[in-house]
Design a protein around this ligand. Structure first.
Ligand SMILES: [Fe+2]
Length: 213
C-alpha cells in the first residue's frame, strides 16, 4: 500500500481572495505531492511498514528504522499535516465561520471566548521562527491546547490529537503576502471550515475516551 494525495475538496481558486489560486495549486500539486512521493520512496525499502497508517507511523517514530526515520518524520508529517489542512479549509461562508457544538463549549470554557482562542492561535503562528505550524490540539488529558511545531512535525508524535493547524511555511503565503505572515494568518480565519474542525474535535474526544477504557 502506498500513500496517496487525497482529492482537494474545492477548486484552486475557491479560497480567493484570502488564498490565491496559484499558491493553492503549487502548494497542493508540488509541495504536498512531493511529501507523498518522498514518503513512499522512503518506505519502499521497508515493506513491513507499508501497512501502517500515517497516524501510526507518526505516533511511533521510535519504531521506524533509524535509516528512514527523518524522511518519515518530515515527509510523513508533510503529508499528514497538509491532508488535515485542506480538509479544515473551505470557501468563506457566513454559516460556517465559528466553532459549534462541543468545540464551542470547550473553547469558551478553556479560553474564555473564541476571540481569545484566536489571539493565542495567531500568536503561536507568528512566533514560530522559520517554517512550521500552529495547532489547536486535544492533549493527553483531553484539554484543548494551542502550540506550534517546527518543520513538518505534528502534535500526534507527542501523544496529542491534532484538531487543525495553520501552515506557516513561506510556501503557504509568500506569493500573495510576501513577508506579511500576520496578514496571511488573519486572512485564513475567513476560510476555516469550522463544521469540519468541530467534528474533528468531537471525534477526537470519542477516540480519547475509548482509549481510556
Ligand atoms: Fe505547506
Amino acid at each position: 500500500m502506498s500513500h496517496e494525495l487525497g482529492k482537494l475538496p474545492y477548486s484552486y481558486d475557491a479560497l480567493e481572495p484570502y488564498i490565491d489560486a496559484q499558491t493553492m495549486e503549487l502548494h497542493y500539486t508540488k509541495h504536498h505531492q512531493g511529501y507523498v512521493n518522498n514518503l513512499n520512496n522512503a518506505l519502499s525499502k521497508n515493506p513491513e511498514l507499508s501497512k501502517w497508517k500515517i497516524e501510526d507511523l507518526l505516533s511511533h517514530l521510535d519504531r521506524v528504522p533509524e535509516s528512514i526515520r527523518s524522511a518519515v518524520r518530515n515527509n510523513g508529517g508533510g503529508h499528514y499535516n497538509h491532508s488535515i489542512f485542506w480538509s479544515t479549509l473551505a470557501p468563506a461562508n457566513s454559516s460556517n465561520n465559528a466553532p459549534s457544538g462541543n468545540l464551542c463549549d470547550a473553547i469558551d470554557s478553556q479560553f474564555g471566548s473564541f476571540s481569545n482562542c484566536k489571539d493565542q492561535l495567531c500568536s503561536a503562528a507568528l512566533s514560530r521562527f522559520g517554517s512550521g505550524w500552529a495547532w489547536l490540539a486535544l492533549n493527553k488529558v483531553n484539554r484543548l491546547e494551542i502550540l506550534s511545531t517546527a518543520n513538518q512535525d505534528n502534535p500526534i508524535s507527542d501523544g496529542m490529537c491534532p484538531i487543525f493547524g495553520i501552515d506557516v511555511w513561506e510556501h503557504a503565503y509568500y506569493l500573495k503576502y510576501q513577508n506579511r505572515r500576520a496578514d496571511y494568518v488573519n486572512a485564513i480565519f475567513n476560510v476555516l471550515n469550522w463544521k469540519e474542525i468541530s467534528e474533528r474535535y468531537s471525534n477526537a474526544c470519542v477516540l480519547a475516551s475509548a482509549l481510556r477504557h
